[in-house]
Design a protein around this ligand. Structure first.
Ligand code: DQA
Length: 146
């Protein structure tokens, strides 16, 4: 059985560190990758880390993870709020997906309050900055790793 967890990041997350640091913090995506690798290792997971600004690539990452990983931590960025295609992709795979956000989307603009993917995810973690990823990995370990 694989011990691989796929961490998938959507649009504009490649800009972390430079992008609105007052909201998203000053850690780069590379640093978040390192944080996930370290937190994953402590939990016994190998981490596959991906980012794309393109919706279709994120779907490809999800479908690929279904063959290679035991679960997904997904920060879909703005596609969270818009994408029926991501909703369908998550429904179509058999491994659990945990939705994460750096910011507390519910404390922000109204258009961020709606998620197209929450209803097909195992759970949602938001508002803890980079620790949202770590908490998602911990939650995954405690609920799915028997
Ligand atoms: C985000 C929240 C989204 O609303 C936004 O579009 C992002 C980042 C977050 O991690 O806080 O790109 O997913």
């Amino acid at each position: 059985m694989s011990n691989r967890v796929s961490v998938i990041n959507g649009p504009n997350l490649n800009m972390l560190g430079k992008r609105e640091p007052g909201i998203y913090g000053d850690l780069s995506l590379t640093s978040i990758h390192e944080l996930c690798t370290k937190a994953g290792a402590e939990l016994g997971f190998e981490i596959d880390f991906h980012q794309s600004n393109h919706e279709g690539n994120i779907i490809d990452f999800l479908q690929g993870a279904n063959d290679t990983a035991i679960g997904v931590v997904l920060n879909a960025g703005a596609y969270t709020h818009t994408s029926v295609a991501l909703h369908d992709a998550i429904r179509s795979i058999s491994i659990p997906v945990i939705e994460v956000h750096l910011s507390n989307v519910h404390a922000r603009e109204k258009f961020r309050h709606k998620s197209m993917i929450s209803s097909v995810c195992q759970g949602v973690i938001c508002g803890f900055g980079p620790n949202s990823y770590k908490l998602a990995l911990q939650a995954f370990a405690e609920t799915n790793n028997s």
